[in-house]
Write a protein that binds this ligand. Structure first.
Ligand code: ATP
Ligand code: AMO
Length: 434
């Protein structure tokens, strides 16, 4: 490896350090050149003085924005330098020169619309604020997976190419699989349930789901990072919500504790949801919307974006960034359990975090006869589900789970306006590159 330390590790008392990174900014003041070098951890200022180091001063005259350089130098404390320390160089080397002009400014805080940023994503990803999103995302999901590993969940991988969809046909992306038609996976739903039937007891998957939704919203994309969870021997859907609640609290707490620099850069004041997440029924949600806000969702069996936002504000005021809505009335989907005499309409729940739906889950129907009845009533094409129905017919413990949209979670934690800012290379109906 090339010898160097991160800018964040530079000790002002060290005799000499080596750093490497991109040239973020060049300020030429005559006999004095300030070179601001950027690496993954931050910025450092290198001061080239004509009098002090004439040869290096000569060499740095050719420096250009985004060149990749390595500098060896003596750290000196400085009030005016970013981070309070600057380097007096003893060696300067260009590892690669950048073309100019740049199609997108990296160092200057100019307002660029999201579509231009995404067209030039390779450069946009270099911005410290953009990098902070993905550093935060990495820390968040590492902590999330850590929780499930510690709780004994098995880390699984399910196929991304499938014969049919799990969540409904209209949103499927068709592909040609050799000489047959196939689809990109919408959800690992069927497979995680098969694993419950197989006795794996508790599983999680950090995966990808594809939805051919024709959308133009700030919270939908075509290729989704999905965190799926399934667990067996549950009493009911409350056990699943407990898992979701504790794991999310752990992950957000980890970000609050370990991603201070990222949160600062993104100007986010993160609240760790320490208190129990409220769990309200769908009916209670509608009542609240009507009495508190005079709001009536267009579809009385589902919440609209505005309804989620208003309820989010209501609970945020009471100190709850997250809450569950339980028991949707019109969700008799084949895999969801619907218990006669239950006080709620179905054992389905949604998690709303910072006013946006983050996940759906619930207790599943493990009685195959009842499931097939619902499939018949709903006109679900059973041919695509034979392997699933069969797998569940040989003894399946009561189970449930959820799917959490990772991109939406990052969007909310990082305080981003659009879900695409939370994805390195997002896909939407109009965007296939970069
Ligand atoms: P899920 O997959 O659980 O359905 P979702 O967040 O897309 O996740 P929906 O119930 O489909 O949830 O949608 C919730 C709200 O989001 C809708 O009531 C609507 O306001 C908004 N929404 C969903 N899809 C679209 C779309 N294609 N265009 C505009 N708004 C949409
Ligand atoms: P659902 O379809 O609700 O449930 O998806 C789960 C979560 O995934 C996210 N999500 C999306 N994010 C961005 N763009 C999209 N187009 C998009 N679609 C969904 C949302 C949503 O809450 N099998 C069930 C989960 C389960 O019950 O285990 C499922 O897929 O955050």
């Amino acid at each position: 490896m090339i010898e160097r330390i991160h800018t964040s590790e530079v000790d002002p008392d060290a005799d000499e350090v080596a750093i490497a990174g991109h040239v973020h900014e060049i300020r030429d003041l005559g006999g004095l050149v300030f070179l601001i070098v950027r690496d993954r951890e931050g910025l450092i200022q290198v001061v080239f003085k004509e009098e002090r180091e004439p040869e290096l001063f000569e060499a740095v005259q050719d420096a250009g924005s985004e060149d990749v350089v390595r500098v060896v130098g003596e750290p000196l404390e400085s009030d005016q330098a970013p981070g309070g320390v600057e380097l007096a160089p003893t060696a300067y080397e260009v590892l690669d020169e950048a073309d100019s002009p740049l199609p997108l400014e990296i160092s200057k805080d100019v307002d660029v619309d999201l579509s231009t940023r995404l067209d030039n994503r390779a450069l946009d990803l270099r911005k410290p604020e953009t990098l902070a999103v993905f550093s935060l995302r990495s820390k968040l999901m590492t902590a999330m997976e850590e929780w499930f590993d510690e709780e004994g969940f098995v880390d699984i991988k399910t196929p991304l190419i499938s014969k049919g969809g799990a969540e409904g046909g209209a949103e499927l992306f068709p592909i040609l699989y050799y000489d047959r038609d196939a689809f990109l996976s919408q959800s690992p739903q069927l497979y995680k349930q098969i694993l419950m039937a197989a006795g794996y007891e508790a599983v999680y998957e950090t995966g990808t789901a594809f939805r051919a939704e024709d959308f133009a919203t700030s919270r939908h994309v075509s290729e989704i990072a999905m965190f799926d969870v399934e667990l067996a021997y549950i009493e009911d859907h409350n056990d699943v919500m407990d898992v979701q609640e504790e794991s999310l609290r752990h992950a957000i707490r980890a970000v609050a504790e370990n991603a201070e620099r990222e949160l600062d850069l993104l100007d986010v004041d993160l609240t760790v949801p320490e208190e129990d997440f409220p769990r309200i029924t769908f009916e209670e949600a509608l009542d609240l919307l009507e009495t508190e806000f005079g709001h009536f969702p267009d579809d009385p069996t589902d919440l609209d974006t505005k309804g989620e936002k208003l309820l989010g504000e209501h609970f945020a005021e009471q100190g709850h960034p997250a809450f569950f809505i339980v028991g949707y009335p019109d969700e008799k989907f084949y895999y969801m359990q619907d218990v006669e005499g239950d006080e709620i309409a179905s054992r389905k729940f949604d998690l709303i975090y910072e006013g946006q739906e983050l996940s759906s889950g619930g207790q599943r129907e493990h009685d195959v006869e009842r499931m097939v009845e619902v499939m018949e009533a709903e006109g679900v094409e059973q041919a695509n589900f034979e392997f699933y129905i069969e797998a569940l017919s040989f003894g399946t413990p009561p189970h449930g789970g959820y799917g959490l949209g990772i991109d939406r979670l990052v969007q909310q934690v990082a305080g981003l306006d659009n879900i695409k800012e939370a994805i390195m290379f997002p896909r939407d109906p109009n965007r296939l590159e970069p």
